[in-house]
Design a protein around this ligand. Structure first.
Ligand SMILES: CCCCCCCC/C=C\CCCCCCCC(=O)N[C@@H](COP(=O)(O)O)[C@H](O)/C=C/CCCCCCCCCCCCC
Length: 215
């Protein structure tokens, strides 16, 4: 379990996904987007080491993006729109084989973007779940309808086994540190639309530039 300073704060995560939307939902601030993911990773870490293989991958991808933001071309990575424009115009995106430029911002964000769809589905399932719902089932359903389509068999199997270690619904809600079940449900009702708006914008941007299948 996590130390107190690593405690998950759903409200902060919520605010990150809200505050990353700019220009009337026509762009996303990368720094705030990454802050949202960092908050989620903290929460996942608080569930124990069973999810460390997921956490490591997420942290690695966040780190790649933070390095771009801190790098010499950092200003090009302020928003998703500016990143896509910059990387496409400077041939930094390998559309066929990722060995030339394995860690472009576009392909790294695409992995997080696909995970955001899982999160969106999972949160919505949690919000509308009944008291006797199993979090492992909700999580697996959300995963199978989203991320699993992009993962090889071995990762799908490992993830499915790990889902059984998820705490029961009431314990899960407790770890979120939001308050009563009703308050958690209310918070989720606020969170899902923000995550959905970020997801929808990114999906449209990537689709417009044919980036949704980046290897
Ligand atoms: C109120 C909030 C409640 C929910 C909080 C959830 C917190 C979740 C935090 C992070 C989510 C995980 C992000 C995972 C990113 C995965 C990106 C990915 O698909 N990577 C694969 C492909 O990358 P490349 O090889 O092409 O670079 C990579 O192969 C994946 C490796 C790790 C396995 C990923 C399994 C994903 C399962 C997601 C469910 C996590 C369950 C957490 C339960 C709370």
């Amino acid at each position: 379990m996590s130390s107190p300073e690593e405690k998950f704060c759903l409200k902060d995560v919520l605010l990150s996904f809200k505050s990353c939307l700019v220009d009337n939902d026509q762009d996303v601030l990368l720094e705030h987007y990454l802050n949202g993911w960092k908050g989620l990773v903290k929460f996942m870490n608080s569930l124990g080491s069973i999810f460390s293989f997921v956490s490591k991958d997420a942290v690695n991808k966040i780190q790649i993006m933070e390095n771009f933001l801190k790098g010499t071309n950092g200003e090009k990575y302020q928003t998703l729109r500016s990143m896509v424009e910059y990387e496409l115009n400077s041939n930094k995106v390998d559309l066929t084989n990722h060995s030339n430029n394995p860690n472009s911002g576009c392909r790294t964000i695409l992995r997080l973007h696909r995970a955001l769809r899982w999160l969106q589905l999972f949160l919505e399932k949690l919000r509308t779940s009944s008291e006797d719902s199993k979090t492992s089932t909700l999580c697996a359903e959300a995963y199978n309808d989203s991320l699993a389509n992009f993962h090889p068999w071995i990762i799908r199997k490992t993830a499915t086994v790990a889902f059984y270690a998820l705490p029961a619904r009431n314990k899960f809600f407790e770890v979120m540190n939001v308050g009563t079940t009703e308050e958690v449900i209310e918070m989720l009702g606020e969170a899902v639309p923000y995550a959905s708006r970020v997801y929808d914008f990114t999906q449209e941007l990537y689709s417009k530039h044919n980036l949704l299948d980046l290897p």
